[in-house]
Ligand binder design. Structure first.
Ligand code: FEO
Length: 170
C-alpha cells in the first residue's frame, strides 16, 4: 500500500494524462481541418503517448494494490485561431504537466517512498524531453511558418513521426 496522498496524486495523474491525450486529439483535429496533415499526425501520435502515460500510472497503482478511480475527463476548451496557437499551448501544457509530476515526486520524497520516486524518474526525464520537443517545434514554426513552401516542408517533416510504445515497462 502507498501513502494515501501519494496514491491520490497518482490516481489524479491518470486523469491528467488522459486529458492531455484529449487536448492533443483536439489539436490534431484542428490541423486536419486546416489541411496540415503532418501537424495532424504529430499531435495524433502525441495523443497516443499520453494515453500510454495514463496506463502506466494506472498499472503502477494496480501493481501496488491500490484502488483505481476513473473520473470524468474535461472537455478541451481552447479555440485555436491560428496555426501557431496549438504549438504554444502544447508547450505551456507540458510545463504544467512537469509541475504535476514534480508535485507527486515531492509527496513521495516527503514520506520516503523510494519505489514511487524511482517510478517517477522516467516521467521526470520524459517531461524534459517533451518540453524540449514542444519548444523546438514552436521555434521552427516561428522561423519558417510564415513562408508557404517552408510550412509545406515542415508539415512533411511532422508527417514522418510514428508511434512507438513507451520505454518504461512495469
Ligand atoms: Fe504525459 Fe506530455 O505528458
Amino acid at each position: 500500500m502507498l501513502d494515501a496522498k501519494v496514491a491520490a496524486l497518482l490516481n489524479d495523474q491518470i486523469n491528467k494524462e488522459l486529458y492531455s491525450a484529449y487536448l492533443y486529439l483536439d489539436m490534431s483535429n484542428y490541423y486536419n481541418e486546416e489541411g496540415l496533415e503532418g501537424f495532424q499526425n504529430w499531435y495524433y501520435v502525441q495523443a497516443q503517448e499520453e494515453r500510454d502515460h495514463a496506463m502506466l500510472f494506472m498499472q503502477y497503482l494496480q501493481n501496488n494494490g491500490e484502488k483505481v478511480t476513473l473520473e470524468a475527463i474535461a472537455k478541451p476548451d481552447k479555440v485555436f485561431t491560428d496555426h501557431r496557437m496549438p504549438l504554444a499551448e502544447g508547450l505551456a501544457h507540458e510545463k504544467y504537466v512537469s509541475s504535476l509530476i514534480h508535485t507527486i515526486y515531492d509527496a513521495a520524497y516527503s514520506v520516503k517512498d523510494y519505489r514511487t520516486m524511482q517510478f517517477l524518474d522516467w516521467f521526470v526525464k520524459e517531461q524534459g524531453e517533451e518540453e524540449n520537443t514542444a519548444d523546438t517545434l514552436l521555434k521552427k514554426y516561428d522561423l519558417y511558418g510564415a513562408d508557404a513552401r517552408a510550412l509545406y516542408m515542415l508539415d512533411n517533416e511532422l508527417a514522418a513521426r510514428t508511434y512507438t510504445a513507451p520505454t518504461l515497462t512495469l
